[in-house]
Design a protein around this ligand. Structure first.
Ligand code: HEM
Length: 505
């Protein structure tokens, strides 16, 4: 009797396996997947392609497989889009279908599986978080309330550099001082807080933990475990470190920033004088029960990540390009001197009078896009693109860098030439009015921080060029602009030492 039962069970399992195989084969046959290298079982294309999926490598594959191709990386489908038309389809026409975010295992840890805004799927939670964050962070009113603070911070950088005897002789890594400035800009908006110096212990801890978060998430070294489930046990140590950094970071955000601000708010109820800062609005939403304690911390996390390194990296690239193109630097300085008058400070309200400065910033972001593949998009359900089937939960990478650097659609794109944005590309704006140029994305998931990033870049680069001659260190004719790519970031490999000679007015 027992034997009969075992026999029957075995037959049932056998039939189920055969059926599942047949069904999956039939379903597999029906799918018309985008072109790509031929995958092998378990590993897919991972053995051919490897872990590093940077924007330049993806250009090489696009040349081979076309504007839409698919990598099967173990269990993950990675779809790469490399043309303006398909970008429009993904970000605009099918913006809802492709409006979710893909998170790998490391991002799952840092975002609590999408309890934040940047990495959550498209839906109710995202809509609520984006709405709650808009008034405190992403409106013109925020710019009007904060630009004098940004101008003050840029002026402090100028003063500090002038005081540093190395600046005019052997050169300094000005990035370090600018990093403090960008933290002050963002923590000013968020908490009304300012760090006095690069040695401020709280700033050092924050910078360290944010740096670790950046390093751990942007590294390609963990891809193998994310792609290939049987290799996951090898990733346990890495994920444990991620969890530890996440916990320490959140404890810091809570203790020194959020709880601190709650105390200020209790001591001085709203309306009792003083400007409301962003976190006050966020805490109001929490008090109304719209979001919970954790969501508040995830908002702080998102601003720390999305706002600071992107803006700082763009500044760093802009300065590097200006050092390596002295004629462009002089032309920019002349524009500022002529339009504003020598020694009259660059301010946010003056930026619209400085078209060459704006062109320099656009060109920097075109050539050295801080987020060259955008933040990975995802389709929650099976979808269609250009007649191909895109399986549900594919990671969609838009190669925005290539769209803006493809010689088929730009004149000599490898040249750093801001004039293009005053001449043949004069109509092109950074907000994505042309699908060849989408450094901040387009549509539902586009960067809401553009409204802050552009004036901060304009004020900072404008003031530096106005006050200093920016040169390579002695003995060098150019500075090194080798790139360092991450999962979706593009940084300068070696932080540049720059000679900054003060100008006399
Ligand atoms: C030069 C500086 C910056 C660059 C190049 C940049 C670029 C981007 C890009 C490419 C995206 C993804 C778009 C997409 O996937 O379609 C994005 C998203 C985002 N950015 Fe920025 N960003 C910058 C500065 C900022 C600032 C200053 C803030 C906040 C103060 C910010 C907040 C965000 C947020 C919250 C998202 C997620 C939007 C969503 O998923 O709905 N960014 N950014």
């Amino acid at each position: 009797m027992d034997l009969l039962l075992v026999e029957k069970s075995l037959i049932a399992v056998f039939v189920a396996v055969v059926l599942a195989t047949v069904v999956s084969k039939l379903r597999g046959k029906k799918l018309k997947l985008p072109p790509g290298p031929i995958p092998i079982p378990i590993f897919g294309n991972w053995l051919q392609v490897g872990d590093d999926l940077n924007h330049r490598k993806l250009v090489d594959y696009a040349k081979k497989f076309g504007d839409l191709f698919l990598f099967k990386m173990g269990q993950r489908n990675i779809v790469v889009v490399s043309s303006p038309d398909l970008t429009k389809e993904v970000l605009h026409t099918q913006g809802v279908e492709f409006g979710s975010r893909h998170r790998n295992m490391v991002y799952d840890i840092f975002t609590g599986k999408g309890q934040d805004m940047v990495f959550t799927v498209y839906g109710e939670h995202w809509r609520k978080m984006r709405r709650i964050m808009t008034v405190p962070f992403f409106t013109n009113k925020v710019v009007q309330q904060n630009h004098e603070g940004w101008e003050f911070e840029a002026a402090s950088v100028v003063e500090d550099v002038k005081k540093n005897p190395d600046a005019a002789t052997k050169g300094i890594v000005v990035r370090k001082r600018l990093q403090l400035m960008v933290y002050n800009n963002m923590f000013g908006i968020m908490f009304g807080k300012r760090f006095e110096s690069e040695d401020d212990p709280l700033f050092l801890r924050l910078k360290f933990l944010n740096g670790e978060r950046g390093r751990l998430t942007q590294s390609f070294e963990y891809n193998y475990g994310d792609f290939i489930p049987i290799l996951r046990p090898f990733l346990r140590g890495y994920l444990k470190i991620c969890q530890d950094v996440k916990d320490r970071r959140f404890a810091l955000f809570k203790k020194y920033f959020v709880d601190d601000r709650k105390q200020v708010a209790t001591a001085k109820p709203t309306g009792g004088g003083g400007l409301k800062c962003a976190i006050d609005h966020i805490l109001e939403a929490q008090n109304k029960g719209e979001i919970n304690d954790d969501n508040v911390l995830y908002i702080v996390e998102n601003i720390n990540v999305a706002a600071i390194e992107t803006t700082l990296t763009s500044m760093e690239w802009g300065i590097a390009e200006l050092v390596n193109h002295p004629e462009i630097q002089s032309k920019l300085r002349n524009e500022i001197d002529t339009v504003l008058g020598p020694g009259v400070h660059v301010t946010e309200p003056a930026l619209h009078k400085l078209p060459y400065l704006q062109a320099v910033i656009k060109e920097t972001i075109r050539r050295r896009m801080a987020v060259p593949l955008l933040v990975p998009h995802m389709n929650l359900k099976d979808a269609k693109l250009a007649g191909y089937d895109i399986p549900a939960e594919s990671r969609i990478l838009i190669n925005a860098w290539w769209l803006a650097n493809n010689p088929d659609s730009w004149n000599s794109p490898e040249e750093f030439r801001p004039e293009r944005f005053l001449e043949e590309e004069a109509h092109v704006e950074a907000n994505g009015n042309d699908f060849r140029y989408v450094p901040f994305g387009v549509g539902r998931r586009s960067c809401p921080g553009i409204i802050l990033a552009l004036p901060i870049l304009g004020i900072t680069i404008g003031r530096l060029v106005q006050n200093f001659e920016l040169l390579p260190p002695p003995g060098q004719s150019k500075i090194d602009t080798s790139e360092k790519s991450g999962q979706f970031s593009l940084q300068i490999l070696n932080q540049s030492t720059i000679v900054m000679k003060p100008r006399a007015f």
